[in-house]
Write a protein that binds this ligand. Sequence first.
Ligand code: PBG
Length: 322
Amino acid sequence: MFPKKRMRRLRKKESLRNLLSETKLDLSDLIYPIFVEKRSKPLEIDMMEGIKRYPIEDAVQEAKEAEELGIPAIILFGVPEEKDKKGTYAWKKNGVIQQTAREISKNTSLTVITDVCLCEYTSHGHCGVLKNKQVQNDETLKLLKKTAISHAEAGADIVAPSGMMDGMVKTIREGLDKEGYENTSIMSYSAKYASNFYGPFREAAESAPEFGDRKRYQMNPKQKREAIIENRLDIKEGADILMVKPAMPYLDIINETSQKFEEPLAAYQVSGEYSMLKQAINNNLVSEKIILESLISIKRAGADFIITYFAKKLAQKSTTPP
Ligand code: PBG
């Protein structure tokens, strides 16, 4: 009888499909991003429905809720009280991130991750110090080092440099070790592309560059082998965890990275991915099940865990893991 091998046999029942699932997605795979600003009330982000910029106390509350729901980690982004050319508020002892990290690590057992970059802190919105309108790599490294140390001092478990400066991981590792923070990990945004998918984040974090773009430091979306070089360099410099960002449009890069390197691999489902999915759901173009499908695809590609703005909502919905 034709056909002998019937693939549909194994798809017959939900329990059987579950049993055979090659890809697992669990709440413990998710990192929840939180935006913080010293302000009196939460601020809704128009471009990212459901996401807010929180006052410190509310951010701590948000983190506590995430923990109760079973999410293991949060990543913090700060909007400072003031911005200047160098981004001085990035490394203030009592800056917005430092205070928030301190409170969250005191009040929860979450893994506290901090984004280490200057774009939210500089008046011009670029990820480093400028000279002739160009970001100066080596001068910027010194500031990133100070920033990372101040985060570690505040209780960050993992610092996550996202500025794509050459040598940032090495500089930060040396700085942390010298100050006695040898147990603070580095999750490098190792393969970060100059992507248009970051649009909504720049409203949320108030970090759009005043002029130009980030193409001189973030990667060209046309590159694939270059991502391997970037990852390899960051491992050599001391990165504990690698990252590919964005996620969905770069599944091939996630896959390649996961096959080539043994280090844990994060993928960042960025703001533009979030807002697109959200809008499509709101307009009834697709079911909200696309959220899970999108995250499964990222895990199937090879990511070990995912930074996603959907984390908390997903956790609230599911009694069982997603
Ligand atoms: C800071 C940073 C950005 C994102 C994370 N860290 C913005 C950028 O590089 O322009 C984007 C995250 C998102 O879009 O959700 N450099």
